[in-house]
Design a protein around this ligand. Structure first.
Ligand code: SF4
Length: 347
């Protein structure tokens, strides 16, 4: 189903617009300076939309200062209190995350919707598998169907008010439930989907969970914004999200280093060489595929496929550029020569 398209500040979302990278600050929002500094660090890393908690009036009051110091769209995360959502919107936030079913009376929802509409601010409905409503739990348990039904109940409250600039997120701590819930949502609703696997953790297994969950949905053409949830510095979330988008072919900027896993044929310390190549690379938007391969048997094939590639024998290495054999040179000097050539390709 083709999704609705609208803007969060100046960023297009849905309707085939490129999937964007989100993260969330973990500073105290009331501290506008610290929060802005973290948002700037996230921007520098490539974050395109940022969310922060607005849990009291002081948080909402910090928004104008945060807005002044930062550039990307701001999303206020609010639970229950529609007055905080209204204050956040009036103070310059570009999207709010609040579940209308938790606000209370219809008049409160209408008040919020009127404010969001006046300011052109979309509303994200966020359903988490760990906090489903009691009636849903009784009927479905923690299932993809239950998560979707919960989201649709919140959606229908907004639709009743004639409001359709809605983003939905359905997050569970297991990959399979997250994927299933979002596949169901894509079939049943026209609203953009924000993807993430919640409470993933902080280690490699967290990255694996997010990569499979978010990546498999993106490969199905599902997902309009993504967040990789990792415990700790949120800048890591942005790097991980960029890698996922690259891996599924939705982004191509930057250098992609391909290296073989090594095996009994390898005669060089390939891990050390790959590390040296990676450390020499500048931060760039230019796309370049660099292959670093461990032998002269299977290595040249992959090296030839890359924009620039090297395959190591025991005393020599061969270097290819755009599929052509360029030169053969001796170890260890060939490594520095190869790095110089990679850097020239990026000029
Ligand atoms: S490219 Fe060569 S060294 Fe690397 S894993 Fe394959 S066979 Fe082994």
């Amino acid at each position: 189903m083709k999704t609705k398209r609208f803007k969060i500040r100046d960023t297009e979302i849905g309707g085939g617009a490129p999937a964007t990278i989100q993260s969330m600050t973990n500073t105290d929002t009331r501290d506008a300076i610290a929060t802005s500094e973290q948002i700037l660090a996230l921007e520098n890393a490539g974050c395109e939309i940022v969310r922060f908690s607005v849990y009291d009036e002081a948080c909402a009051a910090a928004i104008p200062e945060i807005r002044k110091r930062t550039h990307i769209p701001l999303v206020a995360d609010i639970h229950f209190d529609h007055r905080l959502a209204i204050a956040a919107i009036e103070n310059g936030t570009d999207k709010v995350r609040i579940n209308p079913g938790n606000i209370g009376s219809e008049s409160k929802v209408r008040e919020l919707v009127a404010c969001a509409r006046d300011h052109g601010v979309p509303i994200r409905i966020g359903v988490n598998g760990g906090s489903l409503e009691k009636d849903i739990l009784k009927k479905y348990g923690v299932t993809a169907e239950g998560m979707l039904e919960s989201a649709l109940a919140h959606v229908s409250i907004l639709e009743k008010c004639g409001f359709e600039d809605i983003v939905i997120s359905l997050k569970a701590s297991t990959v399979s439930k997250t994927v299933e819930a979002n596949r169901l949502a894509r079939e049943k609703t026209p609203y953009p989907l924000h993807l993430g696997v919640t409470e993933a953790g902080m280690s490699e297994s967290a990255l694996v969970k997010s990569s499979i969950g978010i990546g498999s949905l993106l490969l199905d053409g599902i997902g309009d914004t993504i967040r990789v949830s990792l415990t700790g510095d949120p800048v890591r979330e942005v790097y991980a999200a960029k890698r996922i988008l690259k891996a599924v072919g939705l982004r191509s900027e930057g250098v992609e280093v391909i290296s073989c896993p090594t095996c009994g044929r390898t005669r060089v310390d390939l891990a050390k060489i790959v590390k040296k190549v990676e450390e020499a690379l500048p931060d760039t938007d230019k796309h370049l595929r660099v292959a670093v391969m461990g032998c002269a048997v299977n290595g040249p094939g992959e090296a030839r496929e890359a924009d620039i590639g090297i395959a190591f024998g025991s005393v020599n290495a061969v270097v290819f550029k755009k599929g052509e054999l360029c030169y053969t040179d001796k170890l260890p000097f060939v490594v520095d020569r190869f790095i110089e050539d990679v850097l020239k390709e990026l000029e």
